[in-house]
Design a protein around this ligand. Structure first.
Ligand code: SAM
Length: 345
């Protein structure tokens, strides 16, 4: 079955691309849509129609669209920081669906990109994108060893990778999620995985979230029910079981505020986390200031904590970094880097 949820995320990206000042641009997204969704997007080229459709989409799935757009922008920024800087030399999209980063992000032009998903969704996607350097790897996370298949396809375990797992873990089991994370824990030091997960409370009812029940019912109706979530306070320990260090973990309200400013509520349970495979004992020399530092203390593998903070906006002390902004110096590295890049295009 071709993933319907992947099509809805692509529709959100196609609609955002029509905005006068889009946060992300994805000219490929419309190509993947089933006829009725593609027609709705085409009609939305007329601004008042778009306004109505967005209102309807936000009513049907409160917060889903804005969460998808903001997290895509946040992950694009990470690609820029880690791949453009050369820290990660290969990119893996796990459960890639209709993610068109390989085609739309210029910094991926010279980098090996591997896309992992089920056969039917990949086949449907491949009919609509240029035959390119993307290596497609057919995997069912519930059954297959994704990383053995990736290695067989040419992915190199001994080179730092950026691994993107956007919008997928909530369809799996704890065992399948842990299996993938454990493989990431066996990758080269400096490998990062950015992944989304849902707050466990939306599944077991222990937390009330705006629109939670409604959205769970919607995805179940599409044949792709949500089956897995985590308690945010337990995520650090969960990734540590896989040999990873949690670097970031934000709820939708935080990353939405960061990228879109004020938005309507909903989807606060949809979280975005970054974990890293570090080399705990290694002493590195900072590429920028040449000081020595313990690798595990820095958010970046080639820069010391201070330089990674000043140059890229990574936090170097938890208490000073709130909602992506340092409360000491006010630096907001992620956003300024992204905006600079958009202006340069
Ligand atoms: C909501 S979509 C997200 C797609 C894409 N990452 C994006 O952000 O546009 C979920 C994706 O996970 C994939 N998926 C779900 N369960 C899977 C499984 N067991 N094995 C492989 N892929 C799976 C689906 O095929 C679909 O492409």
């Amino acid at each position: 079955m071709v993933s319907r949820t992947a099509a809805y995320v692509a529709m959100y990206r196609a609609l955002e691309t029509l905005e006068p000042k889009p946060v992300i641009r994805d000219p490929y997204a419309i190509r993947f849509l089933p006829r009725e969704l593609a027609m709705a997007v085409r009609a939305s080229r007329v601004a008042p129609v778009r306004k109505l459709l967005l209102r309807y989409a936000d009513h049907r799935a409160p917060g889903a669209r804005t969460s998808a757009i903001a997290r895509t922008a946040a992950i694009d920024e990470l690609v820029y920081q880690l791949v453009f800087s050369g820290l990660c030399r290969q990119v893996v999209l796990l459960g890639a669906g209709f993610d068109a980063r390989a085609h739309r992000l210029p910094e991926l032009a010279g980098v090996p990109v591997f896309e992992v998903d089920r056969r039917e969704t990949q086949a449907s996607k491949r009919a609509h994108v240029p035959a390119s350097k993307v290596t497609y790897v057919e995997v069912d996370f519930l059954r297959d060893d994704a990383f053995a298949k990736l290695e067989a396809a040419g992915w190199k375990r001994d080179q730092a990778s950026l691994i993107i797992w956007e919008g997928v873990t909530n369809y799996l089991t704890e065992a399948a999620v842990l299996r993938v994370l454990s493989e990431v824990g066996r990758c080269a030091a400096g490998t990062r995985i950015v992944f989304t997960y849902i707050h466990r409370g939306v599944l077991d009812g222990s937390h009330a979230f705006v629109g939670g029940e409604q959205i769970r019912a919607n995805v179940a109706k599409l044949g792709e029910p949500w089956t897995f979530g985590l308690e945010p306070s337990a995520v650090g320990d969960f990734v540590a079981r896989a040999g990873l260090v949690l670097r970031r973990d934000h709820g939708a309200d935080e990353y939405r505020r960061e990228w879109l400013g004020k938005t309507s509520p909903g989807y606060a349970f949809y979280r975005l986390a970054v974990a890293e495979r570090t080399d705990h004992d290694a002493i590195h020399q900072c590429d920028e200031c040449e000081s020595s530092y313990v690798a595990a203390t820095s958010r970046m593998s080639a820069l010391c904590p201070e330089c990674s903070h000043i140059l890229y906006g990574y936090p170097n002390c938890e208490h000073a970094f709130v909602d992506g902004r340092c409360t000491k110096c006010g630096w907001n590295g992620a956003r300024s880097a992204y905006i600079r890049r958009l202006l340069e295009r």
